[in-house]
Design a protein around this ligand. Structure first.
Ligand code: TPP
Length: 329
């Protein structure tokens, strides 16, 4: 069958939520590609940790949250920010150090705060988002709202003592929080199996009687379904959940990392599981969208990100007098 010519057999309304997920993942991919190029051409001050390959985790989880729910991110956080509603022009401006960025260009990639969209920040402390999310959940619980928080962290945080303290507290207080581990196989340049004991990662949640599940982190629908189960429990007062998604970062630990520690065969195998074409195939097979429609969506998203980058680059750089603003005297 010529997929491009296939007519969607279902009404647009049925396709819309899937296309929204696909568009969000494409948006993050396009943003990260632009960020990578800007870094390679020396326009980004500081380090960049890109999340290409991991889009299904950010999009799957954030799509199960309300705008008023909260996320806490980590150092690999552009996808989390965008999936929770960040404006790509402001995000890129922050990365480029411009005053129109989320932190007036002072924080960069690892200090992006977007409270209007419920994002209490990316941060450079491994596991740092774990207690921040629990704190936001405690706040929602104390204020009597049905708000939920999600904390994203990498597999490198599975061995942080902080995780165990927070899991215990969240379980005891039945906090409405999702602990979301993105297991991309590496912490910096070290393979997870060489540093992480225990056959089951979700056992780290189960030992506190926290409902925990492994999920295919390259399948946005599976991630979303797991997040929806966890959010429903949290809103119902049933406390925290622990989700471990298996995923892969296509790039290095940071932009510019030569990735000598990675096996080419392994990297190629993960590319075959790419969450974007995977959802696209699913939509075409179900007759929810044609290949031509998906192609057009990809182009539209890329053009929008290019515009956002242009706007970010056109923003004024900080002035010398900005240096002493927003400081304690
Ligand atoms: C508490 C702490 N220890 C060490 C570091 C240095 N560091 C930065 S990123 C990183 C690896 C993080 O790996 P992971 O949590 O799996 O996230 P990924 O980079 O794979 O997304 C380390 C050890 C840090 N930033 N914070």
């Amino acid at each position: 069958m010529n997929a491009a010519a296939a007519t969607p057999a279902q009404p647009e309304a049925e396709a819309a939520p899937y296309l929204a997920l696909l568009g969000q993942m494409m948006r993050i991919r396009a943003f990260e590609e632009q960020a990578r190029r800007l870094f390679a051409s020396g326009q980004v001050p500081g380090l960049l940790h890109l999340c290409s390959g991991q889009e299904a985790m950010a999009v799957g989880v954030c799509s199960a949250l309300r705008p008023t729910d909260v996320i806490a991110s980590n150092h690999r956080g552009h996808g989390h920010c965008l999936a929770k509603g960040a404006d790509p022009a402001r995000l890129m401006a922050e990365i480029l150090g411009c005053a129109s960025g989320y932190g007036l260009g002072r924080g960069g990639s690892m200090h992006v705060f977007d409270p209007a969209n419920g994002n209490i920040g990316t941060n450079g402390i491994v596991g740092g988002g774990i207690p921040l999310a629990a704190g936001a959940a405690l706040s929602a619980q104390r204020r009597g709202t049905d708000g939920v928080a999600a904390g994203f962290f990498g597999d490198g945080a599975l061995n942080q003592g902080l995780l165990f303290e927070v899991l215990n507290m969240a379980a005891i207080w039945r906090l409405p929080v999702l602990f979301v581990c993105e297991n991309n196989g590496y912490g910096e340049f070290t393979a997870i199996e060489t540093v992480t004991a225990g056959k089951s990662m979700i056992a780290r949640g189960q030992v506190f009687d926290i409902p925990a599940e492994h999920v295919d982190g390259m399948d946005v629908l599976a991630v979303r379904a797991a997040a929806e189960r966890a959010v429903a429990r949290a809103r119902a007062g049933e406390g925290p959940s622990f989700i471990v998604g298996t995923t892969y970062r296509y790039g290095g630990h940071h932009a510019g990392d030569a990735q000598d520690y990675k096996d080419k065969v392994e990297a190629e195998a993960w590319q075959k599981k790419d969450p974007i074409p995977r959802l696209a195939r699913h939509l075409i097979e179900r007759g929810l969208a044609s290949a031509a429609h998906i192609d057009a969506l990809g182009k539209e998203v890329e053009a929008a990100i290019e515009e956002a980058v242009k706007a970010a680059k056109a923003a004024a750089p900080p002035t010398a007098s900005d240096l002493v603003r927003h400081l304690y005297a």
